[in-house]
Design a protein around this ligand. Structure first.
Ligand SMILES: C[S@@+](CC[C@H](N)C(=O)[O-])C[C@H]1O[C@@H](n2cnc3c(N)ncnc32)[C@H](O)[C@@H]1O
Length: 360
């Protein structure tokens, strides 16, 4: 998604699913429920077929002092997904939530490091590596922060390793594209049998400009070529049509999060440096539940990443039961006109939040 959302399942826990499903069902009329049954069942598929990022290994002083999962509340998250009046589906509080409370965590459906970060972060969870991967090591070998991430990455890594991605990556690098990398990873996950090719269908797609469609055709052709040249069979590639590629990219564009880690003191310093020097992000990821959060320029919720791509949704102020939880997709410090332009060009809507309505 560019402009990137606050610069993102594997998901919440399994136990949360039943309560989420219950909350969704309770809110829907029978006809809208029928329409949404498909995505409810896809929640189940995704929950059962994808593995969550593992808990971080023991925290070292250089990796930061926070344990991203240490204060994860137990039990189902206090939210439900239902239709809003004017912004499609949204996430609502089911009870009072206090300012600063952790609402829920979410693990990526798919994550990928930026090409400039591949040797600096874990190829699975995007955790910063203690030391950069050995520059002399095989440039094609992915790096992982721990054995567990290496094991979990089997859902895409074995397939990724069979193909030569140099042309595909070169195209992304030259054009500054990051979302095709997520599509490539998803395609490898489908080929390995870890996910179904329609996993992202429940997410809202963005519309694509003619320029994007042209760019996309090239990305599709390079992806297909790389896989066809490898030992992947024609049968395994049946799903990989241009229509599939376009549908996935259109959903990623509007639902992906740009991940900036705020681990420890060192990360804070590098973030500060990145503000003036270069890219602060380490990668991009798509989640399920966080994709249903709508935008507000004065949000009551925010999403943060501490040590890795596991997202944490936190309340910024007290939230009442049934109040919609909204995050800010863009840099809220921009002026009114810049925010409106970015939201319209990136997400296709005109923001009429209280702040925008007052011209602030
Ligand atoms: C990430 S999705 C959010 C979930 C989405 N409403 C759904 O039904 O899946 C982003 C899309 O939601 C809608 N949206 C989000 N915030 C909005 C807002 N403040 N006003 C109008 N539409 C909004 C826009 O269509 C936007 O492209």
């Amino acid at each position: 998604m560019s402009p990137s959302r606050p610069k993102s399942n594997y998901f919440v826990s399994n136990s949360s699913l039943s309560s989420l499903e219950y909350a969704v069902e309770r809110e829907m009329t029978s006809s809208s429920l029928a329409r949404h049954r498909r995505w409810i069942s896809q929640f189940k598929v995704a929950y059962s077929q994808t593995k969550p990022f593992p808990s971080p290994p023991s925290i070292s002083s250089t990796a930061g002092r926070h344990n991203a999962d240490s204060d994860v509340p137990s039990g189902p998250p206090p939210i439900r997904v239902s239709l809003t009046g004017s912004a499609g589906r949204g996430v609502f509080a089911t009870r009072k939530i206090g300012a600063g409370d952790l609402i829920h965590t979410a693990k990526p459906l798919v994550a990928h490091p930026l090409l400039s970060s591949v040797h600096h972060v874990c190829n699975f969870c995007l955790r910063k590596l203690q030391r950069n991967a050995n520059a002399n090591a095989d440039a094609h070998r992915a790096t992982f922060c721990c054995k567990e991430c290496e094991r979990h990455s089997k859902v895409f890594h074995d397939v990724e390793m069979q193909a030569d991605w140099s042309d595909f990556d070169k195209n992304c690098r030259e054009r500054g594209l990051k979302y095709p990398l997520l599509v490539k990873r998803l395609a490898c996950m489908v080929i390995s049998g870890a996910i179904s090719s329609d996993l992202l269908d429940i997410l809202q797609p963005s519309s694509l400009s003619p320029h994007m469609v042209t760019e996309l055709k090239e990305g599709y052709s390079l992806l297909r070529k790389a896989l066809v040249k490898s030992s992947i069979t024609d049968e395994q590639l049946l799903f990989l049509t241009q229509e599939w590629y376009t549908g996935v990219l259109a959903r990623i564009r509007i639902n992906a999060f740009r991940i900036e880690l705020v681990g420890g003191y060192e990360d804070l310093l590098s973030l500060a440096a990145a503000c003036v020097e270069a890219e602060a992000a380490v990668g991009n990821a798509v989640y399920m539940l966080p994709s249903f959060y709508n935008h507000n320029c004065d949000p009551n919720t925010h999403i943060i990443w501490i040590n890795n791509a596991n997202a944490r949704l936190k309340a910024l102020r007290d939230v009442e039961p049934d109040e919609e939880l909204r995050i800010c997709y863009i840099d809220a410090s921009m002026d009114h006109e810049a925010r409106q332009t970015l939201l319209y060009q990136g997400f296709g809507f005109i923001c009429n939040c209280t702040r925008c309505s007052s011209g602030d």
